[in-house]
Design a protein around this ligand. Sequence first.
Ligand code: G6Q
Length: 542
Amino acid sequence: MAATPLRERKAWQALERHHAEIAGQHLRDMFASDPGRGERLTAEAAGLYLDYSKNRVTDETMRLLVDLASESGVADRRDAMFRGEHINVSEDRAVLHVALRMPSTATLVVDGQDVIADVHAVLGRMKEFATRVRSGEFRGFTGKPIKNVINVGIGGSDLGPVMAYEALRYYCTRDIAFKFVSNVDSTDFAEAVHGLAAEETLFIISSKTFGTLETLANANSARDWVVSSLGSADAVASHFVAVSTNAERVCAFGIDVANMFGFWDWVGGRYSMDSAIGLSTMIALGPEGFDELLAGFHDMDEHFRTAPLESNLPVLMGVLAVWYRDFFGAQTVGVMPYEQYLKRFPAYLQQLTMESNGKHVTLSGRHVDYDTGAVYWGEPGTNGQHSFYQLIHQGTTLIPVDLIGFGKTLNPIRDHHDLLSANVFAQAAALAFGKTEDEVRAEGTAAPIAAHRVFEGNRPTNVLLAEVLTPRLLGSLVALYEHSVFTQGVIWEVDSFDQWGVELGKVLAQQIIPELTTAEEPPLAHDSSTNALIRKYRSLKS
Ligand code: G6Q
């Protein structure tokens, strides 16, 4: 824990002075006076090339930002994480998603237990199971092979599996359909099973706690569906497996612990796609593909653990995020993958970033006197260009954007990929350099219309480029953002691994459920708005 409050750190104060000096500078001028920055302000690791030259920074800014990371104790805290110390202070837990992707030859003893041996024991069971499902050796209740796998889970037990399946669909078996049910809205379940044969369907009930309302409601509906379709409660054993840390609750639900894949309290939900929560990913990809995914995570972990801060990709992206959030007041960050397979990546990142760093107190419980986590959002390019990019280019709000592109497509057709990629570079340049009124006039547009056609520019971007989307690259990309989030969290001195902010609504919902379901309206003791809404709902319902 950094001893000094953020605003009192030397590097922070130096950055405040520095910001006042350079905030007014335009990227046009920065590039004109320093043509080498496009090649210099770059970094590369684990198959990812980062061009951060189109940020509103100079070499001095980067030096001060890296000083801030250093003075904030990023390296010490990173090392404490890798050692398995309880850096999740509000839950008194180790934070060891990095152990999930360490090779079997590694050892890491935490609280007296070799966690790497545990990780690989579960991976071995997952591989054996995934292979049996993929080959058709695993049979359902009526003796038929599995044609549909449905992951039932929510939040961290859903977003990673969905994102990975969509991202790696090219590499996944097409013999099995994969579906994901998360929402307690019954439509999610109804549409997922529509037209499916229960005898060919396997449910993976994914829940760390096995106590989550939405997941248990969907799991119960799945059990009803299987039992009523196949006419026997005995069918449950052949159509359900569980991924959880809570064997007791899994048993109570009716799933044999022999069909349960475990993980540990040191894996946070949003950091769990590479644990047993990735069982659907492994069935889809095959064990070798899953190993590649893990290797990609590990590549980036090793880079984060060993590279100097000034050339460390997650650190660079992390400090730049702090720069815009705290010094420019940027409230949101756009992440735009120019790769259709990454269409769910922004949704995945929303949880990773916002649940991790959307915090208002420091590790010691003091209210922060600076801004923490930004809002993350995004859509694949080029679709976004035809909708909300207008505001990024000409609106009044500064929105730093990460653009993610690839040298090759997995589906080469005509010149689509060059058309796509040209847009990555064009957007980054347009956002940075814009178009002046003189340039608009020189093209023949006179006032007052000319003003509408001016692009102020000076909008920052990171461009991430990789060769092609593979399981390994996806692992590296996710780990890059995980560790960037970590870096920001250390600087802001928040607990990036708890999520108390999701609790209050859950508790209130539990109180309200019976008030919606009793035949007679019960006495309502909420605020007048909630009381009136409940009454209106009851009347609409009846
Ligand atoms: C993630 C959060 C949260 C969690 C879900 C599902 O970091 O803790 O999104 O993953 O609430 O929880 P269970 O896996 O316990 O059902």
